[in-house]
Design a protein around this ligand. Sequence first.
Ligand code: ZN
Length: 102
Amino acid sequence: MFLRELYESVRQRLDAVARVVSAGDDRAVTAVARSEVPHLIDAVRTLMAGHEPNEIGECPACSRTLRRWTKPWRRPTSPCTVYLAARRALFDETDEPRHALH
Ligand SMILES: [Zn+2]
């Protein structure tokens, strides 16, 4: 029960902020931005803290560090999924090609 409440409370908070930002008037959006954006930044930074790259740019959480002994010279081949998701969200990037015809 605790886990369900945890997940639901996070989703509800994000939904509430998104609702105000998308449908609220300028005053409400400004108030929410001032009160909630710092919390959102803290949340993203906290998530990223567990994915800080090492000296060769490899995320210890996302990479196969357990197999590092087999190929110690190996460079990371894929980016950290958390940093990649943050980059896509912050820069409004998607996997869709931007040159697609409309
Ligand atoms: Zn990672």
